[in-house]
Design a protein around this ligand. Structure first.
Ligand SMILES: Cc1cc2nc3c(=O)[nH]c(=O)nc-3n(C[C@H](O)[C@H](O)[C@H](O)COP(=O)(O)OP(=O)(O)OC[C@H]3O[C@@H](n4cnc5c(N)ncnc54)[C@H](O)[C@@H]3O)c2cc1C
Length: 422
């Protein structure tokens, strides 16, 4: 078969790993100009790899397969050097959080770091490009995919027996165009996670960072919203993320270069009900409103006490932001965020402070907006020729889950099981 793979990220890596050196002719189309060019993705920044059945996606991935892919990525580092930890392996910590109403999420994790990821990606690409049946086409943004009786047509002229779409979140334009043509592909989508990135001095969370590096907890706040921590970065850096028409905030950590602060996201999960059907639109509006206040391409920064009291921040005190000053404006997040979200986040931080004193210090830093979009969950049973893997399918939200999803899809293709529910 002649197979088109659109996008070269985590999911495509899993797929190619299984399809390499088979009789199928595989063409990979990637919009970036080369292997290093950035798209917004954890496979190009940070690289925290998790083994967990409680997070990472909407499908079940056997933990053994997850661990296999963790080892796969680590084996492509030059010296196999990664930071590792086990969140909530210690019963003492588990109980401490549980007692205060938190739901601790257990996982093993391995951190490659933004700096090392470059060589990992290159080494993977290098290996695939030696495979005779895999052909890479960089600088090709696929804007159109049409299924016809003769095959799948890409960008109006290239014909394939099958297309596997693996464009992640940054490929939302292509996914929207495919969904407009084939609305029956959508299973559901009503969720969006909205919140802040929180930054505080390392010493406040030192013990926790040493114990588990990545601490993930959920908490049912008094507003009824579920609030969670996400992407903890000990000695890390806050960065902005440019989505084209709006800018959000994010964080990452490097393997070698370290800061004096820890940052993590605090996100409230909104599950809206019918007739609402546009969580991406809702989240984007809030992001745009924040950018309108902060100035184009900038995010809002506020101290925690001002965030609580809804006052504009004019000066900072002891905590120095790791985000470059050209990327933020001191302001008031309350002017952009709905009250219920703000109250949920404050409730979360105040409660966390009872477990980790200092988390609610007045001068800790709040950056906004941080938003996690959930892609529409797509149905891979609708078409034999058009398949979706990784984050764009709505089935995954992490490097390991996306990689495993790609791998499982390749297994299904190789066994001609086109109706598989993955
Ligand atoms: C800033 C950030 C940090 C993250 N950190 C982590 C982390 O530490 N650990 C973790 O597990 N997960 C992390 N994630 C999530 C993780 O990156 C994703 O879950 C995972 O990469 C999804 O894999 P994917 O293959 O579906 O998409 P991606 O890895 O995003 O790959 C999609 C590829 O498709 C290409 N593409 C897009 N549109 C087109 C088009 N029209 N034509 C051709 N090519 C196209 C893109 O350029 C990209 O290379 C992070 C996400 C972000 C945004």
């Amino acid at each position: 078969m002649k197979i088109a793979v659109i996008g070269f990220g985590a999911a495509a890596i899993g797929l190619l790993e299984k399809l390499k050196d088979t009789e199928h002719e595989v063409h990979v189309f990637e919009k970036s100009k080369d292997i290093y060019s950035s798209s917004i993705s954890g496979i190009r920044a940070d690289g925290k790899l998790f083994v967990s059945t409680e997070m990472g996606g909407e499908i079940y991935i056997d933990p053994h397969l997850q661990k296999r892919f963790v080892d796969y990525y680590i084996n492509f580092t030059d010296n196999k050097e990664v930071e590792t930890g086990n969140s909530f392996a210690s019963e003492v910590y588990y109980k401490k959080f549980y007692e205060k109403g938190f739901l601790p999420i257990t996982s093993q994790f391995y951190h490659i770091g933004t700096d090392q990821l470059k060589e990992v990606l290159y080494n993977i690409y290098d290996q695939f490009s030696k495979s005779k049946n895999i052909h890479f086409h960089f600088s090709v943004e696929v804007a159109e995919v049409n299924e016809t009786a003769q095959g799948v047509i890409i960008n109006g002229d290239d014909k394939f027996d099958m297309a596997v779409i693996a464009v992640g979140r940054s490929g939302h334009k292509l996914i929207n165009s495919v969904i407009n043509q084939y609305p029956q592909l959508i299973r559901n989508n009503t969720k969006v996670d909205l919140g802040i990135r929180y930054e505080l001095p390392n010493h406040i969370v030192d013990e926790l960072n040493r114990e588990m590096y990545e601490f993930k907890v959920k908490y049912k706040s008094r507003t009824g919203y579920m609030v969670r921590t996400f992407c903890n970065n000990p000695s890390g850096y806050v960065v902005t993320e440019n989505y084209g028409d709006f800018t959000t905030v994010n964080g990452h950590a490097k393997m070698r270069e370290k800061s004096n602060n820890t940052n993590f996201a605090i996100l409230a999960s909104l599950v809206l009900t019918e007739p609402f059907n546009d969580p991406i639109g809702y989240g984007s509006y809030i992001a745009k409103l924040s950018n309108l206040l902060a100035g184009e391409g900038k995010v809002i920064l506020q101290t925690y006490s001002h965030f609580k009291e809804s006052k504009r921040t004019k000066n900072l005190y002891r905590v120095h932001p790791t985000l470059d000053s050209k990327n933020f404006i001191l302001g008031d997040v309350n002017l952009a965020f709905p009250r219920r979200i703000i109250e949920s986040i404050i409730d979360f931080i105040e409660n966390l402070n009872t477990v980790i004193p200092g988390v609610a210090n007045n001068d800790n830093l709040v950056y906004a907006p941080e938003i996690k979009f959930y892609s529409n969950r797509l149905n891979n049973r609708i078409s034999d020729r058009l398949k979706f893997i990784g984050d764009c399918s709505g089935a995954t939200r992490s490097i390991i889950y996306a990689t495993a999803h790609g791998y499982l899809m390749a297994e299904a293709i190789l066994s001609a099981n086109y109706n598989s529910d993955i």
